[in-house]
Design a protein around this ligand. Structure first.
Ligand code: PHE
Length: 353
């Protein structure tokens, strides 16, 4: 064997090593590969041991050539070993924490706005155009604002109308947004126009149309000469704007100690179009907006002289309004936290934004 022949063999081995080494998938494969190339019986190994058969004068040169080739190949192998060791270590760690990188990724769904939020924003926009401000009050309320100041003293049977979550310290979870009526009167004085969207709580048994947690939007307008006609006009305008059509309504006498006269404003059930369904208790009508003229006692509690000022108030059921507007027949979908129930209404997000 002369130098040229040896050089050729070495070049072949180098090329082979370069090509094959990158394809090795495990330390075990690498071990076998190493034995085939640099091991005693491997290709370079055999060449090295055959050096003895070469003429003396050539040995040193051939040996040098072989050794540098072997070193080069060995360092390639060592580098690959390190990489494979790291990969295997990594895989073990991941197996430890139960991570399976072959699982398909999660599909991220864009979020949507809750139907109650969507309808609340809409109602807010309508009333802002009418010059109403948007107010808020505490969900943890005092007996005074939730009942007393609203003309419902402790002995009054009307307290039974609103089953209440009482706290042991005498406070309660507000049963309606009406406490913010007197809070706003105290804060701003007359004339006054505001709405109060907010969460309310009642100790109710939950069914398709009752929840223990629901959203109302209180409305209050106080000025000189305000009458029932103003109330009806504003209510009709509101429903027309929300439903983009004239909505059939009816006004029935309704009793609330904080209004006189008081009304129940019902709208034609939008789920069954008035023909009767479980949501409207087969009546074709849904109570959507109890309302009335603010009782003089309530005005007095708010520091306003009823001889000079009158006003109307309403308690729009926002949760019910959302159900009517989007055709949601079961109120339980609203608070369940199970997004599958709300997904059909997801498109509301883009509409409301
Ligand atoms: N606060 C009353 C309720 O929740 C509704 C209402 C508000 C009635 C304003 C009249 C005026 O039942």
């Amino acid at each position: 064997m002369n130098m040229d022949e040896l050089q050729k063999i070495i070049d072949d081995i180098r090329a082979e090593v370069r090509e094959q080494i990158a394809q090795l998938g495990s330390l075990e494969e690498l071990k076998q590969f190493e034995a085939r190339i640099t091991g005693k019986k491997g290709r370079l190994g055999e060449l090295l041991s055959s050096i003895g058969k070469v003429a003396k004068e050539q040995r040193a040169a051939l040996g040098g050539l072989l050794n540098s080739a072997k070193q080069e190949v060995q360092s390639g192998i060592d580098e690959m070993r390190e990489r494979l060791q790291q990969a295997e270590h990594h895989a073990e760690q991941q197996a430890d924490v139960g991570l399976d990188l072959t699982l398909p990724g999660r599909v991220l769904r864009p979020g949507g706005v809750h139907p109650v939020t969507a309808v609340q924003w809409e109602v807010e926009a309508i009333f802002e155009r009418l010059g109403f401000t948007i107010e808020a009050g505490p969900e943890l309320e005092s007996d005074h604002y939730n009942f007393e100041a609203l003309n419902i003293p402790a002995w009054h049977p009307a307290r039974d109308m609103q089953d209440t979550f009482w706290l042991t310290n005498g406070y309660l979870l507000r049963t309606h947004t009406s406490p913010v009526q007197v809070r706003s009167m105290e804060k701003f004085g007359p004339p006054l126009r505001c709405i109060v969207p907010g969460r309310c709580f009642r100790y109710e048994t939950i069914d398709a149309s009752h929840e223990n947690t629901f959203f109302q939007c209180e409305g209050l307008m106080i000025d000189r000469g305000i009458s029932v006609a103003n109330l009806i006009a504003v209510m009709k305008l509101l429903l027309r704007e929300v439903f983009h059509r004239d909505v059939r309504i009816r006004l029935r006498p309704g009793y609330f100690p904080f209004v006189e006269p008081g009304f129940e404003l019902d709208m034609n059930c939008a789920i069954c179009n008035g023909s009767g369904c479980p949501t409207c208790k087969r009546s074709g009508w849904v109570e959507i907006m109890p309302c009335g003229m603010v009782h003089p006692n309530v005005l007095r509690h708010g520091g306003i002289d009823p001889a000079e000022w009158t006003g109307f108030a309403f308690g729009l059921g926002l949760t019910r309004l959302a159900m009517m507007k989007y055709g949601i027949s079961d109120i339980r979908v609203m608070n369940s936290g199970d997004l599958r129930g709300l997904q059909p209404y997801e498109r509301l997000g883009s509409f409301a934004l």
